[in-house]
Design a binder for this molecule. Structure first.
Ligand code: PGA
Length: 248
């Protein structure tokens, strides 16, 4: 059985004052039976980690370079994230794939760098609306899974997040049947390469997860948690999602 994980992605949102939301999350984290992770912008990793240490909250980054040091102005390495207090890093998010042209080959190298630095890599995959309409969702997602995860990665070093691009920040979600179809397919693709160990890799759903739809999504087969954008910014909303996952 994969461990359950509620992960929040603050994206390019949040300044020091917003860390009060972390304090407001303390009781929800204390009551949780799942793992809870917040990935703030890089500027907030260290101060968030200082607060998170007082509760059972993991802190992560949102991307990392393929190298650990070097002449790469503006980039951040996995080793730096770990040094700042991160335990996880989101890689291959569709916004990175679209805005920065990151391919699955790039993502696989980032995952390797993350693992080298001792981080758990949350590898994001998902189809565009055009790909869903064209009926190639399962092929696209399978190719991203195969291409973005280095073969040497161990189950405890990776998490896979299925995030349909058209569901991110739109308020639209796939049907529960569509989520089940993709998650079952990802599980079987992982099993084909890794055998029984694939059962231990958490599969998160992401895209417009809210307190109101979390419970039904967490009841879907092979959904072990969520990667939450907008609803992770407010402790009340993210707390509701954590409670739904804990009850699932
Ligand atoms: P959303 O974002 O919850 O705001 O749709 C999800 C994500 O991009 O991880």
């Amino acid at each position: 059985m994969a461990r359950k994980l509620a992960a929040g992605n603050w994206k390019m949102n949040g300044v020091e004052a917003d860390l009060s939301e972390v304090d407001a999350l303390a009781s929800a984290v204390e009551a949780a039976t799942c793992e809870v992770l917040l990935c703030p912008p890089a500027t907030l990793i260290a101060p968030m980690a200082a607060r998170a240490g007082l509760m059972d909250l993991y802190v992560g980054g949102q991307t990392c370079h393929t190298a650990q040091t070097g002449a790469h102005t503006g980039d951040i390495s996995a080793r730096m994230l770990a040094d700042a207090g991160a335990s996880h890093v989101i890689l291959g998010h569709s916004e990175r794939r679209a805005d920065h042209g990151e391919s699955s080959v790039d993502v696989a190298l980032q995952v390797g760098a993350a693992i080298e630095a001792g981080l758990i890599a949350i590898v994001c995959v998902g189809e565009t609306e055009a790909e869903r309409d064209a009926g190639v969702t399962l092929q696209v997602v399978a190719a991203q899974v195969a291409g973005s995860i280095p073969t040497g990665a161990k189950p405890e070093q990776i998490v896979v997040a299925y995030e349909p691009v058209w569901a991110i920040g739109t308020g639209r979600t796939p049907t529960l049947e569509q989520i089940a179809e993709v998650h079952d397919h990802i599980r079987s693709e992982l099993a084909a390469r890794r055998g029984g160990a694939a059962q231990d890799i958490p599969l998160l759903y992401g895209g417009s997860v809210k307190p109101g739809n979390a419970a039904e999504i967490f009841a879907v087969s092979n959904v072990d948690g969520a990667l939450v954008g907008g609803a992770s910014l407010k402790a009340a909303d993210f707390g509701g999602i954590i409670a739904a996952l804990s009850a699932a």
